[in-house]
Write a protein that binds this ligand. Structure first.
Ligand code: AMP
Length: 190
């Protein structure tokens, strides 16, 4: 299997790029944000709980998120591998993912990170908010909170994967196609 964590701050382009790369590499794309939004739309118990955090731009608690991610992986038992988008976002999630994959004789082949300066990200998110219908994309305060969550809880994962020689940074500024090509060069080596 090829299991890749597509990493980066909110607005870096993870979802857009995962969509383009999943077909090329025959991987299943799991976006935890998308799974939460699907549950919110369908008013499931998980959705009602997740909404209280997501609307503020806070992270959903680890226990809930890890459980959901594992269920998504189990649903795709015959996959060639996965692109994890928006997961892990905390050290506990990263450790849980490693433990979970190792029970299957699998591992993360690499964390591929889209590196984009923060002022450009805010611009992109506000632009996306005009059409995404996402409450967490339209309010600059909520966007700032999402960056705060990212900077305090998520950014450290760079070191977690780098310590295993598994971190690959990619310049996330440019056209969508250029960035796909940069990512594909790294995916090819994993
Ligand atoms: P995203 O679509 O990846 O930008 O995620 C949108 C929101 O979903 C985040 O701001 C969090 O509230 C929640 N979320 C998504 N993935 C996770 C995760 N791995 N851990 C905690 N919360 C998450």
């Amino acid at each position: 299997m090829k299991n890749i964590v597509l990493f980066g701050p909110p607005g870096a382009g993870k979802g857009t790029q995962a969509d383009r790369l999943k077909g090329k590499y025959h991987l299943v794309h799991i976006s935890t944000g998308d799974v939460f939004r699907y549950n919110i739309k369908n008013k499931t118990e998980l959705g009602v709980l997740a909404k209280t955090y997501m609307d503020k731009g806070d992270l959903v608690p680890d226990e809930v998120t890890i459980h959901m991610l594992e269920a998504e992986v189990e649903k795709n038992a015959d996959a060639n591998g996965f692109i994890f988008d928006g997961f892990p976002r905390t050290q506990s999630q990263a450790e849980a993912l490693d433990g979970f994959l190792s029970t299957k004789g699998e591992k993360i082949n690499g964390m591929v990170a889209l590196e984009v300066p923060e002022d450009l990200l805010v611009e992109r998110l506000l632009e996306r908010g005009k059409t995404s219908g996402r409450a967490d994309d339209t309010d600059e305060g909520k966007i700032r909170n999402r960056f705060n969550e990212y900077n305090t809880k998520t950014a450290i994962l760079k070191e977690y994967y780098a310590a295993k020689g598994n971190y690959f940074g990619v310049n996330g500024v440019g056209s969508i196609q250029e960035i796909t090509e940069r990512l594909a060069k790294v995916f090819d080596t994993l």
